[in-house]
Design a protein around this ligand. Sequence first.
Ligand code: SAH
Ligand code: SF4
Ligand code: F3S
Length: 501
Amino acid sequence: MKKEFKIPQRKPLMIDMGRIEEILQEIDLTGEPPQDEHVRQYYFIKKNRMLTDALKAERGRELTFHVNTFGCQMNAKDSEKLSGILLASGFTETEEEDADFVLFNTCTVRDNADQRVFGRLGRISHYKKRNKDMKIGICGCMMQEASNVEKIRKSYPFVDLIFGTHNLYRFAEYLCEILSGDQKVVQIWDKTDQVVEDLPSDRKFSFKAGVNISFGCNNFCTYCIVPYVRGRERSRDAREILQECEQLVRDGVSEIMLLGQNVNSYGHDLEDGISFPELLEEAARIPGLRRLRFMTPHPKDFSEELIQVIKRNPNVTRHIHLPLQSGSTRIIQRMNRHYTKEQYIALVDHIREEIPDAAITTDIIVGFPGETPQDVDDTIDVIRRAAFDNAFTFIYSIRRGTPAAGWEQVPEDQKKVQFDRVLKEVQESARRQSEKLQGKVMTGLVEEVNSQTEGYVTARLSNNMIVHVPGDASMIGSFYPIHLEECRGFYYFGTICEDRT
Ligand code: SAH
Ligand code: SF4
Ligand code: F3S
């Protein structure tokens, strides 16, 4: 169901329009495109402006765009950059997929993510039949797989632009090419060493934001496609990260999430880099930053120092997402995850001792090659002993090119039976944990109007739990003390206790 917001939650641009105009004024379009990547993209944004102005005059109306994001927070963050470039190039955003420019930012972590994209592409072809001038682009992780690009070129020939994850920062340039003529643009790189900063970005929420701390992953879990589609781990300079956080807080953001595929290996690739716990503590000290989250840590790198940094900084949220994947040591090793069942449980016990109010959530895969019902017994044992506050449970999905794709697979019906066992256990654990909070008063940040229950808004607690409370759109972005009244499994219905905090 589509969400309806009474007031717009969007902030126009992270690099505010004033600054973009200043930068654009200095760009000289008479010369060749500049070599410096950063200036070069502003050169193309300025060119796009001229092209969109001409098209708007010709059609006598605004030009609209729509970005559809599939996948994780990293993709959502990329989409903010893509939207920023489109806004700076003269487009206006619309919630409808029937826009002048539609861009799909794709995910390929599991097969159902791929299928969702193909389904939407099928639908969008109807819009293009009605609006011949419509342009369609597709980018993101799925495009790093040659077979997907081939399939799109053959079966969805109406797609005008295809690019991948490594050259996302070149989007303004590609947009310029498709706006200037009728030729298709297909640009896929197999790697990059560039981290291009400071391009326009259109933040989805005014009060919370994600900040990339690293790109890519070096872990090569044997089931996972991410290292192949996102490349090797590249950490951003700590000063750049902290400056971006400070800027966001100045702009009114009260919650920041530090993003990386494996945040606690941050900095290992930098010559004089600081560690993740050091970075987290520096960020936590930014005056006015009320909440600091991070996603995702790897259990093998979760250090004592990190636990202590979280413990002594109350604005680091009381939520630790600690992907388990499997509770069987044999399977964990085959997954190339480098911990044992016992080590994982000991880590959770230690976190619970040191930070008792932290919620611990996890990801679990069921049906990994070679997994027996006895291995799943181990996973269930860990769910009980770790007392997870919530978990995402996935059925293993074969990803071509990963080691596990070539191993003997678990039959589909067995996967389904085991998945149901795990899901039931996870739901019971989440309920048991949630019920412990019954009657408590906790601080919630109101995020959005509830689309299901009229007259309600949805708030998030520091421990990541969702609470629905009576309210209206004027409360979005503010903190309130909330009385947790009615537990509904892993979320609550509650009421605001008094005025905002
Ligand atoms: N870097 C993060 C997130 C990776 S993707 C991490 O290490 O946790 C998010 C989740 O998708 C993973 O935690 C895993 O549970 C799941 N996942 C990844 N590949 C998968 C596959 N091939 N089949 C099923 N689930 C998968
Ligand atoms: Fe994939 Fe493992 Fe890297 Fe996470 S840590 S992105 S699961 S390879
Ligand atoms: Fe999906 Fe790519 Fe994220 S594969 S999970 S969008 S890194």
